[in-house]
Design a protein around this ligand. Structure first.
Ligand code: HEC
Ligand code: HEC
Length: 447
């Protein structure tokens, strides 16, 4: 063996030993917690709760077989582990992973590791730590599959990748899961761009890999473009990026149409995303997307009528739906808004500012057909025209305080709530005073 190879093997073995110790502790811990939840007994669960629990499992841990895309095809796992562990490039250290917005589930870590992390005794600059975290299933929304020799075989993603974050209880980016919260730190484009093989995306879009990378780099944190692989529109006509903000997946019970542009119901969109965006194995059908004028890429690829075998998505839709409907919007922390101003803002929202005519409390969207033409809210039609509806959906506002990062409206065009209010004030000629605008803002922060 050459000295370099020996060194490589020694580091690999050292990393594996610590990894295995950590993984064993995790498995022990998981076994304990599983048996204790069984002890509570199925008889004590209220009706429907087992479906919700199943939905939580799917939302957090089910990849629907999308490893075939992220791992086998795009080879993302090779970039994660880096060449030291049999992949390519430098690998992704925990520091890099946190910097691109990935989150670590503290409850998946054995106590010993939590203590070491708290004491700053875990290297955030060692790819081996990333692999150990993946082995523990502690990276929110990402599942690694390992070979017997400790290197990665493949990787898949879950709904939680984009629609969960953590409460930073242990450290920034490390904490308890917050399901349904939009991860506005997550730089999806930067993560996908790491994949060694972007050729399949280039082929689909009929562009070169460099162009794919330019597009992926254009979104920035908290954004993703779920229509690009249908209509091929990578940029707005004015040259701006074409991604939309990741919306929350809580507070959706009672809301009719979903997504920024009202593509359909929650289960509609879940099938769309799981099959055509995450590339899970399953069925998705929507003849509206076969229109070659509006959706040239989908018409060409046939993704509007995807019949993946086996179907790992359709059987999960009921539980996934139940879980999302069960997620209520979290109340804002005490003291995070001015309660007196919010009380005055509530009256303005209903009367002078007329917001409640569209944002009907307590859904804060219209019961019924909750869509509006772009000119009804005074914005351009670019994103609306990428939807079969050609409209914008009245955004439900509960839990607004959780997703202020990245701005407001579908593409974050308004950096602050004050900007949103100024827009409405000008567009609807509301004649709001500065005081009234501030009151309205405090009310929005109280939802
Ligand atoms: C790569 C990031 C990403 C992943 C993974 C992802 N989503 Fe989304 N999700 C988005 C974005 C972006 C939108 C907005 C899409 C639009 O309006 O065009 C969205 C929209 C939604 C909506 C609509 C919310 C509303 O306000 O109406 C729901 C519900 C949803 N996603 C659930 C899921 C579920 C369930 C999964 C897993 C099957 C999932 N998402 C996976 C990024 C993601
Ligand atoms: C004509 C219907 C209508 C009226 C009236 C209206 N809105 Fe909206 N609102 C919408 C629609 C549609 C969207 C989604 C825009 C988008 O997706 O880009 C929206 C989005 C928002 C958002 C951004 C939500 C997010 O998640 O980014 C806020 C905040 C908001 N409205 C507050 C208000 C306030 C405050 C008023 C009153 C001054 C008001 N709205 C009046 C239809 C309306």
């Amino acid at each position: 063996m050459q000295p370099r190879t020996v060194l490589k093997s020694v580091t690999l073995i050292a990393a594996l030993v610590s990894l295995l110790a950590v993984a064993k502790a995790a498995i022990d811990g998981r076994e304990r917690s599983e048996s204790s939840s069984d002890d509570r007994g199925a008889a004590m669960r209220p009706a429907g709760s087992s479906m919700i629990e199943e939905g939580r499992r799917v939302f957090r841990y089910d990849t629907f077989g999308d490893e075939a895309w992220w791992g086998d095809t795009l080879q993302l796992h090779k970039a994660l582990e880096g060449e030291r562990f049999g992949g390519v490039g430098p690998g992704v250290t925990p520091r890099t992973a946190l910097a691109v917005g990935l989150k670590v589930d503290v409850d998946a870590l054995p106590r010993s590791l939590q203590a070491q992390l708290r004491a700053g005794r875990v290297s955030l600059d060692d790819v081996a730590t990333t692999l150990a975290l993946l082995k523990l299933n502690a990276v929110v929304g990402v599942t690694g599959h390992f070979q017997a020799n400790g290197s990665l075989r493949s990787v898949g993603i879950q709904c939680a990748f984009c629609h969960s974050t953590v409460d930073d209880a242990l450290a920034p980016g490390v904490g308890h899961r917050l399901d349904g919260w939009a991860n506005r730190d997550l730089n999806v484009g930067a993560i996908v761009s790491l994949a060694p093989n972007l050729q399949p995306i280039a082929d689909l879009l009929q562009v070169d890999v460099a162009t794919v990378k330019t597009v992926l780099a254009s979104w920035g944190p908290g954004r993703f473009d779920a229509e690009l692989d249908k209509d091929g529109k990578a940029f707005r006509p004015d040259g701006g990026q074409a991604g939309t903000l990741i919306p929350p997946a809580f507070g959706l019970a009672g809301v009719n149409l979903h997504t920024w542009t009202g593509f359909g119901s929650v289960p509609y969109w879940n099938a769309y995303v799981a099959v055509t965006e995450m590339h899970g194995s399953g069925t998705f059908y929507d003849a509206r997307l076969s229109d070659p004028a509006q959706y040239p890429v989908a018409a060409r690829s046939g993704s509007w009528n995807t019949r993946g075998v086996p179907d790992l998505v359709t059987p999960r839709l009921p539980a996934l739906h139940a879980y999302q409907i069960s997620l209520v919007a979290p109340a804002p922390p005490v003291g995070s808004f001015n309660a007196d101003a919010a009380r005055r803002g509530k009256a303005l929202f209903a009367d002078k500012a007329n917001c409640a005519s569209c944002h009907v409390p307590p859904l804060y969207t219209e019961p019924g057909h909750n869509l509006h033409a772009p000119d009804e809210i005074g914005i351009d039609a670019f994103q609306a025209d990428r939807s079969p509806t050609h409209a914008y959906r009245t955004a439900p506002l509960a839990g607004l305080w959780t997703h202020q990062k990245g701005g407001f409206y579908h593409d974050g065009r308004f950096a602050t709530l004050d900007d949103v209010i100024d827009h409405y004030d000008a567009f609807f000629h509301l004649g709001l005073t500065d005081q009234e605008k501030r009151d309205l803002r405090e009310y929005l922060l109280s939802l």
